[in-house]
Structures are given as C-alpha cells and as structure tokens.
Design a protein around this ligand. Structure first.
Ligand SMILES: [Zn+2]
Length: 270
C-alpha cells in the first residue's frame, strides 16, 4: 500500500508531465473508481480542464484544476499511474499534446473524487492531520495527540489524523529508529521519547522519499521504474534477521491487525 514516500514520488513524476497541460480526453473505465457517482459525469467534469498543480496531502494526490476544483486520487492498495500502456487500466487520460496517462489498479480499491475548490480544505483537513515533514507537525503536537490515547503506539501512529501519510512500513521503521515498542500505550511515552519519535518519523519518511519509495509487489513510479527503499528496511519484513544495531533476531507480531516488525532488545515493552 503506497504511503507518503511512494505517493510523493508519484506526485513528482505526475507534476512534470501534467502541470500546465489540459485533459483532452478522460475515459474512466471502472465505475468503482468514482462510485457512487457516474464515471461519465466525473470524466466530463475533468475533460477540458487544465492542470495547475499536482500536490500531495497525506496519501492523497491532489490534482488542482484551473477551474478551481481538484481531482483527489487515493491509491489504496494497488493504485498507480503509468505513462505507458499497462494491465489493469481503470482510467485513461489523454493530454492535449497527445501523451497518455493510465491509472492502473489490480485490486480496485482506489478512488477518484472531484472536489470543488471551496470544499477542498475541509474535505482533506477532516481526514488528515498535519504533514509530518511540514512546520505544523511539531513535537508538542505529537505529544498532545499521544497523551490522550491508551491504544498501542503503532495503532495511533497509523491514524491519518495524527500523522498524515504514515502507514505500516514507515511506522515500523520510525519505531525502530526511536527504539520504541509498537505495543506500548501511546500515552505512556515520556517527553524525550516523543522527541525521538518525532525525529524518527521524519527520518524514516525522508529516507523513503530519497529512495523513491518501496517496491514490494505492485508499486512503481509512473515511468515504470521501481523504488529502492525495500533494500534499506531496518525492520519491516525482516523477521528472524539480525537487528542492524544489536544483532538480536527481528520479531514479528500483529498490532491492530497489521503485521508489525520490531527488535525485542532495542524496543523493550517498558
Ligand atoms: Zn536491536
């Protein structure tokens, strides 16, 4: 499932192809993408629109259109974009310069929503907390969010209203960096631990962006090239392999129904 670094990587490639260009033809092939709206209605809203900017908020791609509205794309499990024809195409956009962009989604959980300009901030803001790499994501803000929650730390970190864009991979990577156990109660963290966690979240996400995301199964950039973050995982998916700090075998458990990897020595429960 694409997380902040993967979506940010896709955003960068889409921006270079789409910004300043017009959607000449929009063909939405799968009604699930726009439901409950008719895909033909959504396609008609997009057709003829010029793209002003391609932005990202949390795990959402925000394609800002000249008319004021924005196309919000959430990739969910397996959504991606491709400049070349591919399998599992659910929508096709032709630009006025003749180039083609396909939206690909094998499992079909992704969504396309056109939101009017005046509703954009409330729509996105209601689902997403501050951007973890932006100025509003402060140690004080993170401390306040954690202080009221008895849930396991990792489950709280996966709440998009706490940290926008964080998902299963980068939450595990951040917790390992901060030496914090994923099942500890969120409210049990001391001030210094919160400070380390804040720094670790940013470091894990920045590493993911620098390596253009992690390719485990379906994720690829729009030009088809894979990310390389999977080669740099510190804990994610490394059950039984030695911890990179202390050589203790990495353990796997489940937190909130999600596979969770941690070092039992570096990340003690108390
Ligand atoms: Zn360790």
């Amino acid at each position: 499932m694409p997380e902040l670094p993967e979506v940010e990587t896709i955003r960068g490639q889409l921006a270079s192809r789409l910004e300043g260009r017009t959607f000449a033809v929009v063909d939405i092939l799968d009604a699930r993408l726009t439901r409950p709206l008719d895909p033909r209605e959504v396609a008609a809203e997009l057709q003829g629109e010029r793209v002003v900017a391609v932005e990202r908020r949390g795990k959402y791609l925000v394609v800002r259109l000249e008319g004021g509205a924005a196309l919000l794309v959430h990739l969910r499990m397996t959504g991606s974009f491709r400049f070349e024809p591919t399998s599992h195409e659910r929508a096709i956009v032709e630009l006025e310069d003749g180039s083609r962009l396909a939206y690909r989604d094998a499992r079909r959980f992704g969504t396309w929503v056109v939101v009017p300009g005046h509703e954009l901030e409330s729509y996105i803001g209601g689902k997403n907390g501050p951007e973890p790499l932006g100025p509003r994501f402060t140690t004080a803000w993170l401390a306040e969010q954690l202080s009221t929650r008895r849930a396991p730390l990792k489950a709280v970190l996966l709440d998009q209203r706490v940290v926008a864009g964080l998902g299963n991979i980068y939450a595990d990577e951040a917790l390992w960096r901060a030496r914090l156990n994923p099942v500890r109660a969120a409210a049990s963290l001391g001030a210094e631990e919160v400070r380390l966690l804040h720094r670790a979240i940013r470091a894990a996400l920045r590493t993911g962006i620098r390596l253009q995301g992690s390719t485990l199964s379906t994720y690829a950039q729009p030009d088809g090239s894979p990310g390389t973050m999977q080669r740099e995982f510190r804990v994610y998916g490394r059950a039984g392999e030695p911890c990179l700090r202390c050589r203790t075998p990495i353990a796997k458990t489940r937190v909130g129904g999600r596979g969770t990897w941690y070092c039992p020595y570096c990340q003690p429960t108390a």
